[in-house]
Design a protein around this ligand. Structure first.
Ligand code: ADP
Length: 572
């Protein structure tokens, strides 16, 4: 377009210049010719006849026609004869100007030639003044030349210009196409690759084909892609780490955005709130907060709910973005069942202790009051006996409690030495023999040959075994059989104390090592049990690095098993 406009403007300008040059040239020639005619044929001829006479009738120049017009007789042609004879009349603006005493000039007027052909002319009319009256126009020398030659010259130029424009346009077109191709080709390629990168394909490298701006741009895009790739890789691995952590956490995490949409929920959260995955994902934030007891206002940022057989604590915390604006909130869920159970156990323990102490105290109080009211010596003796045994019971209970408390506070000091387990068991049997005999029970023990050494506090181990044997005696009918058996493995000694007594119901089995737990409270109390014996036994076994387990069938009998670590001295 630019080339086209420039060519057209400059062409038009050139045409104008050439035309005005041509016209100026023609005017000059016509004027000069008129002057020549004046000098040769008109000067000094006062009459038209004279002028006609003087006019030779032939032209000095073929390309210019000349006529002398008589201004006095409406510009009649005086000479030359061929124009005068045909009585030709010229009507032109140049003649009007000459009539007014000025040299006139006109271009492009159409008029007939001698052969009656209509042509376009360049006309010039020069006035010749009267010799007597200098202000009066006497003749007009009218010269004209055919404009055709000038026009054809101009047409030639115009044609040349048009051809030049066409050639220039073609050249521009071809050059433009080639140039655009070399420039836009790489850009189109680059754009295509950049779009692929934008879709996430960041692993490709665009080949750099030149060192120009496009080449530099390509290199920059390649660098950017590899940086982005690395950055996204880092982000992904961070995300995976976080997800792995969240997934494997035992605490539940629920994250909501500011619009209340659930954006993250880990596996533990489904488990803890006891909701199905779909139910949890579809539950609106407000409903979830209400479900977790976090609903009413901002004050309740923490709560504990019972979900199924568990207790779950939920705490709510908002999270913010880098600018400090709140972006949402996180709910962290924790299984506090154990804590809750511990708390319950503590309460239960206090209640148990109070209860255990209150019973003998009440008895003592009643008997004492009766004694104070006065009683006969026999009754007094009997009552004092009851008070004595109840006091024993209480002091036994307090002793056991103190012992447990020492275990809890890790204040109990074990006097560890190398002990022969065979000997300890034999001693315990002896201690329980009287009781067993009373119920006509048999305690059997086949000690393994040789000594079974363990590192232990002999007194404490004795306490454990005696307690178990005495339980077997207590909770078995008369004439029952209590079998004691000591087995050895490379690392341990296993002591099994088996009775065929009343046994323990399956539901109670896991709890018999708990403090104050008794299957049958009245029976236990009647037998002088505090319900702390097995709890102390377990503490002692654990303090020795050993273990105590129970297996029992209700109504058939119980087996208590003790596992001791073998002493280095006794190892095979
Ligand atoms: P207790 O002082 O009541 O004997 P323990 O802690 O020694 O307390 O025992 C806890 C409970 O376990 C007993 O009350 C009893 O119900 C049960 N138990 C323990 N040993 C036996 C056994 N050999 N046979 C049946 N029940 C037993």
């Amino acid at each position: 377009m630019l080339v086209f406009i420039v060519m057209i403007v400059s062409g038009t300008f050139m045409m104008q210049r050439v035309r005005s040059n041509e016209i100026a040239n023609a005017k000059d020639q016509l004027e000069k010719y008129a002057e020549l005619i004046y000098d040769q044929n008109v000067r000094g001829n006062d009459t038209p006849g004279g002028v006609k006479q003087a006019f030779s009738g032939k032209y000095l120049r073929e390309d210019i026609q000349v006529c002398v017009l008589d201004a006095a007789s409406q510009n009649q042609v005086i000479a030359p004869a061929d124009f005068a004879d045909r009585n030709m009349r010229f009507l032109d603006s140049s003649i009007t100007a000459a009539m007014n005493g000025k040299t006139g000039f006109s271009v492009g007027n159409r008029a007939v030639d001698l052969n009656d052909a209509v042509k376009e002319w360049i006309n010039c009319a020069v006035p010749v003044f009267d010799t007597a009256d200098g202000s009066k126009v006497r003749y007009i020398i009218f010269t004209r030349t055919d404009a055709a030659s000038m026009n054809s010259g101009l047409a030639d130029i115009l044609r040349t210009i048009v051809i030049m424009v066409i050639i220039a346009m073609l050249l521009t077109g071809v050059m433009g196409f080639l140039f655009a191709n070399t420039l836009t080709g790489p850009i189109i390629n680059l754009t295509r690759r950049a779009k692929q990168m934008a879709r996430g394909n960041l692993n490709q490298v665009i080949p750099v084909r030149s060192s120009d701006e496009i080449g530099q741009l390509t290199e920059t895009i390649n660098n950017m892609a590899s940086e982005l790739n690395r950055y996204i890789g880092n982000l992904n691995s961070e995300k995976n780490k976080t997800e792995a952590v969240l997934h494997n956490m035992t605490d539940g995490v629920l994250a909501y955005d500011s619009s209340g949409k659930l954006i993250h929920a880990n596996y533990a959260s489904y488990e803890l709130v006891r909701l199905g995955e779909a139910e949890l994902l579809n539950m609106p934030a407000a409903e979830m907060l209400e479900y977790l007891g976090l609903g009413d206002g901002a004050a309740s940022l923490e709560s504990t709910i019972a979900a199924g057989d568990r207790f779950v604590s939920a705490s709510l915390a908002p999270y913010q973005n880098a600018d400090g604006a709140v972006e949402g909130f996180v709910i962290v869920l924790q299984d506090v069942t154990k804590l809750k159970k511990l708390d319950n156990m503590r309460k239960e323990f206090v209640a148990n202790v109070s209860h255990e102490l209150r019973t003998p105290l009440t008895t003592i109080k009643t008997y004492t009051e009766t004694l104070l009211d006065g009683a006969d010596p026999d009754t007094s003796r009997e009552f004092l006996g009851v008070i004595d045994s109840e006091t024993d019971r209480m002091s036994l209970l307090v002793r056991d409690l103190l012992e447990l408390s020492r275990f809890d506070n890790q204040q109990l000091i074990l006097e560890i030495e190398t002990v022969d387990l065979n000997a300890v068991v034999a001693q315990c049997i002896r201690q329980n023999e009287i009781l067993a005999h009373q119920k006509e029970q048999t305690i059997s023990f086949e000690p393994p040959a040789g000594e079974c050494f363990i590192e232990a506090d002999a007194g404490r181990v004795n306490q454990v075994i005696t307690n178990i044997i005495s339980n077997s005696v207590k909770y078995s009918q008369e004439k029952a059989l209590i079998e004691i058996n000591l087995a050895e493995t490379p690392k341990y000694y296993h002591l099994h104390i088996k009775d065929n007594g009343i046994g323990i119901p399956k539901d109670d089995l896991p709890r018999i090592f708990e403090r104050f737990y008794r299957v049958d409270k009245t029976r236990s109390r009647a037998m002088g049990g505090t319900g702390l014996g097995l709890a102390i036994a377990r503490e002692i076994m654990e303090a020795h690095g050993g273990k105590i387990t129970v297996s029992s069938e209700y109504g058939k009998g119980t087996t208590m098993s003790l596992r001791f670590n073998r002493s280095e001295a006794g190892k095979p």
